[in-house]
Design a protein around this ligand. Sequence first.
Ligand code: DC
Length: 230
Amino acid sequence: MRKITIAIDGHSSTGKSTVAKQLADYLGYIYVDSGAMYRAVTLFALRKGFISENHFETHKLIQSLSEIQLEFKKNKEGKAEIYLNGENVEKQIRTLEVSEFVSPIATVSEVRKKLVEQQQQMGKEGGVVMDGRDITTVVFPNAELKVFMTASAEVRANRRFHELKERGDVITLEKVLENVTERDTIDANRKDSPLTIANDAIVIDNSETNQEDQFHILLQLAKDRIAGRV
Ligand code: DC
């Protein structure tokens, strides 16, 4: 059976990663969470002190890019986790602190160039599901299936709030909503590879769709393309 490329973009906290992972598992494809890569670079920059509330030493980050090595490795349950210079940072990259600084980091063209090259390398054989913000437009503009996922900011903030609370983070819904809308604005307005809907992307608004239904919608879209029906 031919192996296609599935590119999923969309707003933060739309459940992109969950459905992308489900799809990859079902089809036996590689799953790549490109947001995790931007988050790992952000964690690196925070640890080095290149970025904080009121300063961002962009040039220092750019100079240090060659020191950043990112890898995905599967854990015992078969879930891919991200490693930054050999250290598993899957948990550390999901904090609100990293979420607050990741969008400015993702505006840096040199960072994007490095990560896009690695992403294209990972997907060069096809048989990949990748989610992010520029996958349908920049990383895999020729993907057989392109999807753009969205939902209202309130629904997304609610989902993220519950996720963070379950992990034991102390935060308010207002703070999470503020982060979600601020990231939307920065992601959509940056100069390099802004978040936009590709002409040939299928838009899914999942404000009122559950995970299960969404998975079946995407699976059918993928099957049609694998079989060459579309
Ligand atoms: O999907 P996420 O929320 O984990 O992504 C974190 C941030 O990384 C997001 O706010 C913007 C950036 N990002 C990006 O610019 N391009 C991608 N392909 C993936 C993520």
